[in-house]
Design a protein around this ligand. Structure first.
Ligand SMILES: NC(=O)C1=CN([C@@H]2O[C@H](COP(=O)(O)OP(=O)(O)OC[C@H]3O[C@@H](n4cnc5c(N)ncnc54)[C@H](OP(=O)(O)O)[C@@H]3O)[C@@H](O)[C@H]2O)C=CC1
Ligand SMILES: CC(C)=CCC[C@@H](C)[C@H]1CC[C@H]2C3=C(CC[C@]12C)[C@@]1(C)CCC(=O)C[C@@H]1CC3
Length: 338
């Protein structure tokens, strides 16, 4: 097995952290992404759309291991785009990998594939996929995971595994902290949705990277990981609103204080989402409090990662407190008054 791998989505938040760690561990890396935003020794860049097989093939040349962590951002809420990239595009990635002789593929899936907006406490990987996924992102992540796990074929020498992280945060995250701060700056982060006691997983990006690399290195024909999905979390469920408050206060903003009933906010979010959908041809507006975000903010959703501990030898490498401190320090430009 050579130490040349490819990271599809390697310009993104998780992808770039993964590339940096792979380089530290002596891999040479081929990055495939729709955009190029950095240059690093040991990395060759291939810019293109993963739905284009001809564009993918040069990036997979002499590569034995592929990490697929590209996806449109959940905030885009664009059904056509999610279906094209996450479903058809993933089919194309699998075909291209087989054609190029890649032996192993690690998919970044999401723990949300089992989330339907109701409480999940210590959820294990054998929970059924969401029958009524809340958004198009989740709907297409489910199909994507199925495609990748079903493609695992020991006879053909193509092994696959899926990592299901939850609530990734850390330096350079374009989503969680920036959206939180933007919401606070617009004066909309004063309210706690529900009673504020709901526990959730937030996972520091380096733990997610660690889970991916362990999965890749443990994936062999005789390994229990073949064709399986693994939750990767910080293994420290935290109250959603305590986590948000810690980040906000760390950046100089006030923590939310006033409570609003969960079902009232969820109903309003659903109404706004429908309105945005109906009016889309005339005006375009993106509500901050989408049904998915409200559901995530007001329910329990934390997952058990015993399977990853047992099969992959996984253990978080950065604790939650440390992760929050490092994250807050990495956003000086988002501090209040900056
Ligand atoms: N962030 C989180 O909390 C969680 C994320 N995940 C999963 O982790 C993975 C990485 O997420 P994250 O790093 O946060 O996301 P990012 O948006 O930061 O990274 C994804 C990268 O993929 C690129 N990309 C999108 N479409 C294509 C395409 N058609 N062809 C090539 N490249 C493309 C993006 O480019 P561009 O930005 O231009 O679209 C971006 O550079 C995703 O699969 C996501 O579903 C799972 C659980 C939680
Ligand atoms: C209520 C509100 C507006 C809070 C601001 C923070 C949110 C933007 C994040 C809180 C939980 C995050 C999360 C994701 C995106 C950002 C949040 C909603 C994901 C949906 C990203 C993609 C996934 O696969 C699952 C994540 C769950 C947690």
């Amino acid at each position: 097995m050579n130490k040349r791998c490819a990271v599809i989505g390697g310009s993104g938040f998780l992808g770039r952290h993964l590339v940096e760690k792979l380089l530290d561990r002596g891999y040479s890396v081929s990055v495939f992404d729709i955009r190029q935003i950095y240059v690093l020794p040991g990395v060759t860049f291939h810019q293109g759309d993963l739905c284009d097989r001809q564009a993918l093939l040069p990036a997979l040349k002499d590569v034995s291991l592929v990490f697929h962590c590209a996806s449109p951002a959940p905030a885009s809420d664009d059904r056509g785009l999610f279906e094209r990239v996450n479903i058809q595009g993933t089919r194309t990635v699998i075909q291209a990998c087989i054609e190029a002789g890649v032996q192993k593929m690690v998919l970044t899936s999401s723990a949300s594939v089992v989330f339907e907006g109701t409480d999940i406490k210590n959820g294990r990987e054998d929970l059924p996929y969401a029958k009524k996924p809340i958004d198009y992102y989740t709907e297409t992540k489910i199909e994507q995971e199925k495609l990748v796990l079903e493609a695992c074929d020991k006879e053909k020498g193509f092994l696959t595994v899926a990592i299901r992280p939850h609530g990734i945060f850390g330096p350079r995250d374009p989503q969680l902290v920036p959206i939180l701060v933007d919401t606070a700056r617009r004066g909309k982060m004063k309210f706690i949705i529900g009673d504020g006691t709901n526990l959730v997983d937030f996972t520091f990006v380096e733990n997610v990277v660690h889970g991916h690399i362990l999965a890749a290195e443990r994936l062999r024909p005789d390994s229990p990981a073949c064709g399986k999905a693994y939750h990767i979390t910080n293994d420290e469920p935290v109250r959603f609103w305590d986590f948000m408050s810690e980040v906000l206060v760390g950046l100089g903003y006030a923590a939310p204080r006033y409570h609003l009933p969960y079902f009232l906010v969820y109903g309003l979010a659903l109404l706004l989402w429908l309105l945005a959908l109906i009016l889309r041809p005339l005006v375009s507006f993106k509500p901050t409090f989408t049904p998915m975000r409200v559901a995530l903010a007001g329910t329990h959703h934390y997952y058990c990662c015993d399977r990853a501990k047992q099969d992959l030898g996984y253990k978080p490498v950065v604790g939650l407190k440390d992760g929050i401190t490092r994250t807050v320090q990495s956003y000086p430009h988002l501090r209040k008054g900056a």
